[in-house]
Write a protein that binds this ligand. Structure first.
Ligand SMILES: [Mg+2]
Length: 99
């Protein structure tokens, strides 16, 4: 699956209020889902002695997907593609790395 295909399919499931320029909703959702990832990682230390079990890995896979969905929705709201966000990021990192 390409970023383009993902963004297209994800936007079909965007059921939040799609008024003009509703960047706030997906941004809040992104922060919430990032918090869910952080909470699971916290519990790796608390409950699993730092060991990432297959079950925990599966939960993180699920929550990282939720993060991706909200990133895609934020990109939609800004008129950006995930592809260009990804390309911009790797180019930025390459320049920084070359410093
Ligand atoms: Mg979630």
């Amino acid at each position: 699956m390409t970023f383009e295909e993902y963004q297209s399919e994800a936007s079909v499931t965007a059921l939040y209020p799609r008024r003009m320029n509703n960047l706030e909703y997906p941004t809040l959702g992104l922060a919430g889902e990032a918090g869910e990832v952080a909470n699971i990682v916290k519990k790796i230390q608390r409950d699993h002695a730092g060991v990432i079990t297959d079950e925990v890995r599966g939960k993180l896979k699920d929550e990282l997907g939720d993060v991706l969905w909200y990133i895609s929705a934020c990109a939609d709201e800004l008129g950006l593609t995930l592809q260009e966000v990804a390309e911009f990021n790797v180019n930025k990192l390459a320049k920084r790395h070359g410093r």
